[in-house]
Ligand binder design. Sequence first.
Ligand code: C2E
Ligand code: CA
Ligand code: CA
Length: 432
Amino acid sequence: MLDDLTRLSSRKGFFAQLEKQVCSLSADSGKIACLIINIHELKKINSSFGYDIGDTLLIEFSQRIRGMLRAMDTAARIGDSKFALILSAIMNSGHATLAANKILTLLDEPFRINDKQILINASMGIALFPEHGEDAQSLFQNTEAALDQAKSAGSGYHIYNQNSDTITRQNHILTKELKDAIDGDELLMHYQPQISIPQQHLTSAEALVRWQHPHTGLIPPDRFITLAENCGLITPLTIWTINTTLRHCKPCFDQWQDYRVSINLSAALLHETDLADIIQQSLRIWGVEANRLMLEVTESAMMRDPDKSMETLSKLNSIGVAISIDDFGTGHSSLAYLKQLPVNEIKIDKSFVMNMTENEDDRKIVRSVIDLGHTFDLQVVAEGIESKQILTELRKMGCDIGQGYFISRPLPMDEMLQWINSTSWASNRQRI
Ligand code: C2E
Ligand code: CA
Ligand code: CA
């Protein structure tokens, strides 16, 4: 019972083997670990590169896993982008996590197919027999629950625990609620002002999404963006944020000729082939020129699939939208790669900025990023400015734009307009 494409066990073969091993396990033959591996974004790989390349990738992935298993272990393909493993005669959960870590390491190396380099990500659920299930069926169900938890945490793997069921149930509820919140306008946008450091006046703002949950109150984005990415809601959520932001910022665009707004773009959106069309349509609807919009993409998102990122970013750049590399300094982009990107700005990660007055290493990193950005003719933004002292240091270092609690926290648009009317950061600005 083999899978036609990969020649691993089929789903049927896998369940027969799991049943057999669970029934014949004796007290002295150790434990059994069941792992389910879900490859992310296979659909997008198929639609971007074609099914032949998607199929070759699955075959090569199967060969990589086969190569790391022992003869007694079982590997199967149980769904389009789902694989499952049975690890026999293991002593404890440490052996299963070792295997999971090995699989993650295997994925650090891109797949080279024809002339393409493709990097993939995967999430894994793990459950052990006998402690996590009384029979093959419950063991498998609990491995699925652990996989759900790994997916929603955005983590590589998760081992089943008693809470997994509750968390899986909670995530299902939250996913449904998030969908209703997007449709029902329960999401909010807050805006954090950005200033020109040399001129000391307001230039722009970063748009940050919030969810006003009817029972639990304001939920920060870190909690639900990953959920949205994993349950197919990130595209509608992003379209909502773009339209709402352009609508809200109209008074600022009208007051200041060069006022710009930055919107965060999730990694998943870099594969959206018609992203530039979607954005162009929103700009048209709200009567906003493309050069008023900046899109922030993290360094790690770009490095996930450099070829595809380059294609999407070039399209956006060609319609006049500016691009910023967010959280700069936390990823591994090479200088050579950075040079080729159609990028206008880099944003130094706040973890370096917040500590730069106490930590000499952080101060050196901030200074080097500013110099590096300027060498490539890029505008450099520092976020996480929490004190006057940090702002003064940044001014001495020649940093262009600043953002942080010292200037203002992110605010709803009506409060931002009040802030604009009362702060010296905005009063020394020429209005149109
Ligand atoms: P980010 O893009 O790095 O956004 C900056 C975060 O730093 C914001 O957190 C902001 O409130 C916080 N921050 C700004 N100044 C300071 C400061 O001086 N000190 C400290 N401690 N923090 C400061 P927030 O709003 O909770 O957003 C967290 C992350 O969620 C964002 O990080 C971004 O990755 C994501 N996010 C937010 N809004 C959106 C969105 O509309 N779409 C997408 N895809 N992601 C979003
Ligand atoms: Ca950002
Ligand atoms: Ca950031």
